[in-house]
Design a protein around this ligand. Structure first.
Ligand code: SF4
Length: 205
């Protein structure tokens, strides 16, 4: 099956994951964030190309030596990569086992997608936005019920040392205090690694 992509980005260093990584970014996302930086993920005309997973594997294989020499690998992002969980599982079963697998996700997907990829993922980067359901809904136009359920599942089934939680300060939507409350809630679930940062909006100085 051909999968829609917004891009493949090679030779990434010190962004996410270890070593040299290639980002495979899928089209499509269940959220509608007000400050979406990848709005091509949401537009029907935003697809860069459509590829079979075996062709994506062939494309990223060109950097095989870099991944092996630096303990790097492939980052699946988007958009929401977990919507393509079947393809990611196929990819993981076919790639050289030395490659590490990273996922950048909002976790706002059905549980089955998370369960399918979990045996293969070396590290998760989870953009939870904000744990407060009202703030989350105002910012994404969606509920965070699935996010919270999936976080609980991860905390129970996966080493939380393999999880980085991204907590943004979202201008006009949350505050430092909201971020602190989110972090405390997540710490109570067992998560330990947090990346707190500021969204830069188009109107920011
Ligand atoms: S999760 Fe990312 S790609 Fe999806 S709408 Fe939000 S910012 Fe855009």
């Amino acid at each position: 099956m051909k999968l829609p992509l917004i891009g493949i980005c090679r030779h990434r260093l010190a962004t996410d994951g270890q070593g040299v990584t290639t980002l495979v970014a899928f089209h499509g996302c269940p959220l509608r964030c007000k400050y979406c930086l990848n709005s091509q993920c949401l537009r029907t005309d935003g697809i860069w190309c459509e590829m079979e997973m075996r062709d994506i594997l062939g494309e990223v294989m060109v950097d095989d030596l870099y991944y092996k020499a630096t303990s790097g690998g492939v980052v699946f992002g988007g958009g929401e990569p977990l919507l393509r969980s079947d393809g990611i599982v196929d990819f993981c079963n076919s790639r050289p086992m030395e490659w590490r697998i990273y996922i950048e996700t909002s976790l706002n997907v059905e549980r089955r997608h998370l369960e399918a990829v979990a045996p293969y993922v070396d590290h998760y980067y989870i953009d939870v936005k904000d744990m407060n359901p009202d703030i989350y809904h105002r910012y994404t136009s969606r509920s965070n019920r699935r996010v919270i359920g999936n976080l609980r599942w991860l905390a129970a089934h996966v080493d939380t040392g393999k999880v980085t939680i991204r907590l943004p300060h979202i201008p006009d939507y949350n505050t430092e205090q909201d971020m602190e409350r989110s972090q405390q809630q997540l710490e109570a679930m067992g998560f330990k690694d947090f990346d707190r940062f500021q969204y830069i909006t188009p109107n920011a100085e």
